[in-house]
Design a protein around this ligand. Structure first.
Ligand code: SF4
Length: 64
Protein backbone atom coordinates (compact mmCIF):
# COMPACT_ATOMS: atom_id res chain seq x y z
CA UNK A 1 0.00 0.00 0.00
CA UNK A 2 0.99 3.59 -0.59
CA UNK A 3 0.82 6.72 1.51
CA UNK A 4 -0.69 9.76 -0.19
CA UNK A 5 -0.88 13.44 0.68
CA UNK A 6 -3.57 15.63 -0.83
CA UNK A 7 -1.76 18.96 -1.21
CA UNK A 8 -5.07 20.72 -1.90
CA UNK A 9 -6.13 19.87 1.68
CA UNK A 10 -2.69 20.22 3.33
CA UNK A 11 -2.27 23.41 5.38
CA UNK A 12 1.54 23.00 5.75
CA UNK A 13 1.31 22.60 9.52
CA UNK A 14 4.27 20.22 9.59
CA UNK A 15 3.06 17.62 12.09
CA UNK A 16 3.60 14.79 9.61
CA UNK A 17 7.24 15.41 8.87
CA UNK A 18 8.18 16.57 12.36
CA UNK A 19 6.68 13.46 13.93
CA UNK A 20 7.42 10.95 11.16
CA UNK A 21 10.57 11.98 9.28
CA UNK A 22 11.15 8.33 8.38
CA UNK A 23 8.26 8.47 5.91
CA UNK A 24 7.64 12.16 5.13
CA UNK A 25 10.00 15.10 4.66
CA UNK A 26 9.58 18.80 4.07
CA UNK A 27 10.44 20.04 0.59
CA UNK A 28 12.20 23.37 0.08
CA UNK A 29 8.87 25.05 -0.68
CA UNK A 30 7.30 23.80 2.57
CA UNK A 31 5.21 21.04 1.01
CA UNK A 32 5.36 17.61 2.66
CA UNK A 33 6.71 14.79 0.49
CA UNK A 34 6.39 11.03 0.94
CA UNK A 35 9.84 9.42 0.94
CA UNK A 36 8.87 5.73 1.02
CA UNK A 37 7.52 4.20 -2.17
CA UNK A 38 5.63 1.39 -0.44
CA UNK A 39 4.27 0.92 3.06
CA UNK A 40 5.59 -2.62 3.15
CA UNK A 41 6.19 -3.46 6.81
CA UNK A 42 4.04 -3.37 9.98
CA UNK A 43 6.37 -0.72 11.41
CA UNK A 44 5.97 1.57 8.40
CA UNK A 45 2.21 1.01 8.54
CA UNK A 46 2.18 2.04 12.19
CA UNK A 47 4.08 5.24 11.38
CA UNK A 48 1.78 5.92 8.44
CA UNK A 49 -1.34 5.49 10.58
CA UNK A 50 0.10 7.80 13.22
CA UNK A 51 0.88 10.44 10.59
CA UNK A 52 -2.71 10.18 9.35
CA UNK A 53 -3.94 10.71 12.91
CA UNK A 54 -1.83 13.80 13.62
CA UNK A 55 -2.67 15.60 10.39
CA UNK A 56 -5.10 18.43 11.29
CA UNK A 57 -6.31 18.71 7.69
CA UNK A 58 -7.05 15.01 7.11
CA UNK A 59 -4.84 15.30 4.04
CA UNK A 60 -2.99 11.98 4.45
CA UNK A 61 -4.34 8.61 3.43
CA UNK A 62 -3.24 5.03 2.86
CA UNK A 63 -4.27 3.44 -0.42
CA UNK A 64 -3.94 -0.12 -1.74
S1 SF4 B 1 0.33 17.16 8.91
FE1 SF4 B 1 -1.19 17.28 7.25
S2 SF4 B 1 -1.57 19.48 7.00
FE2 SF4 B 1 0.32 19.28 8.17
S3 SF4 B 1 1.97 19.36 6.63
FE3 SF4 B 1 1.45 17.19 6.97
S4 SF4 B 1 -0.06 16.70 5.39
FE4 SF4 B 1 0.02 18.93 5.54
Amino acid sequence: MKLKIDLDKCIRSGECYYNHPEIIRMQDNGDPEIIVAEISTPELKRHAEQAIEVCPAMAISLED
